[in-house]
Design a binder for this molecule. Structure first.
Ligand SMILES: Nc1ncnc2c1ncn2[C@@H]1O[C@H](COP(=O)(O)OP(=O)(O)OP(=O)(O)O)[C@@H](O)[C@H]1O
Ligand SMILES: [Mg+2]
Length: 271
């Protein structure tokens, strides 16, 4: 196996008196997709916020290419080649598609020829990148980001990360707001990013999506890593149970069955 690009080493995170993450160690490798799984509130987004410079660990360390790093801000993490599509937006509603695609991409970073903002060129590149993700309804780069659907916004953010050659792509529930067709496109992009040698972290609540792209799986339960395994090590049922926080889905289904039977097959009446 290759050396990890990015690692968490014994990371803890507390917010005041609330301990959210406990002793998290994870390795991300080039050309691999790590699926981070776990129930609501398990701590997945908090792990992502540490890796993308939104928060800093309370203790433990982050290493990049084997050397300790501190991401002081999201901008700092981005400068290290970490592109993050956060769970809830993170775009600029009053900016055009073309503008938002290139925002913060200063020419001093050596990221392209945009010394003077060239609206037409920016629009053409942004629209092309989004269209290649299958969002063919976007044809006008002057449209405001605020007028896009949630799924279209996420696709725009992913297109941007891939376009600017990030080394690590972090996707926090990118398929949650998407229709079947767009979700399939996102999974395809994840595979494409992997093929290009990016390390990808992918968060999802859908076991089929996880299994479609994951090489490596880590399950968080109440802020700690409860399982860490590779593709093929566990069955779909085992993964589903782990994603539900360790509860057996078969038991849950039996409970629901018993409940609907008790109601004579009818939904519960309102009081
Ligand atoms: N800034 C904060 N201050 C206090 N508690 C926080 C803070 N951020 C997160 N938490 C708590 O940490 C826990 C983990 O939250 P997190 O958002 O990481 O969960 P998650 O696994 O992403 O859940 P979901 O699947 O619902 O997105 C939750 O109990 C949350 O309330
Ligand atoms: Mg979350």
């Amino acid at each position: 196996m290759t050396a990890p690009i990015l690692s968490l080493k014994g990371v803890n995170k507390s917010f005041g008196p609330i301990d959210v993450l406990h002793d998290i160690s994870l390795d991300l490798r080039a050309g691999e997709v790590l699926c981070l799984l776990g129930d609501n509130g398990a701590g997945k987004s908090t792990v992502i916020r540490l890796l993308s410079g939104v928060h800093q660990p309370s203790s433990g360390s982050i290493e990049m290419d084997g050397a300790p790093v501190k991401f002081s801000s999201p901008r700092d993490a981005a400068d290290h080649g970490i592109a993050t599509v956060h769970q809830f937006g993170g775009t600029f509603p009053l900016m055009s598609i073309g503008r938002s695609f290139f925002v913060g991409v200063e020419p001093t970073k050596g990221w392209g020829p945009f010394k003077i903002y060239d609206r037409k060129k920016a629009n053409a590149i942004a629209v092309d990148a989004v269209q290649r993700l299958g969002i063919t309804r976007i044809t006008d780069g002057d449209r405001l980001v605020g007028g896009l659907s949630g799924g279209e916004r996420q696709s725009l953010a992913i297109a941007r990360a891939v376009h600017f050659g990030a080394r690590v792509l972090i996707l926090d529930e990118p398929t949650a707001a998407l229709g079947v067709k767009q979700a399939t496109h996102v999974l395809r992009i994840v595979n494409e990013a992997k093929r290009r040698g990016l390390a990808v972290i992918f968060i999802t609540h859908q076991v089929m999506h996880a299994m479609a792209v994951g090489d490596h799986f880590a399950v968080l339960i109440r802020g700690a890593i409860a399982a860490d395994f590779r593709k093929g090590d566990k069955t779909r049922e085992e993964i589903t149970d782990l994603m539900a926080g360790g509860a057996s889905m078969a038991t849950l289904e039996a409970e629901i069955e018993g409940y609907t039977t008790a109601q004579g097959g009818q939904p519960a009446k309102r009081a």
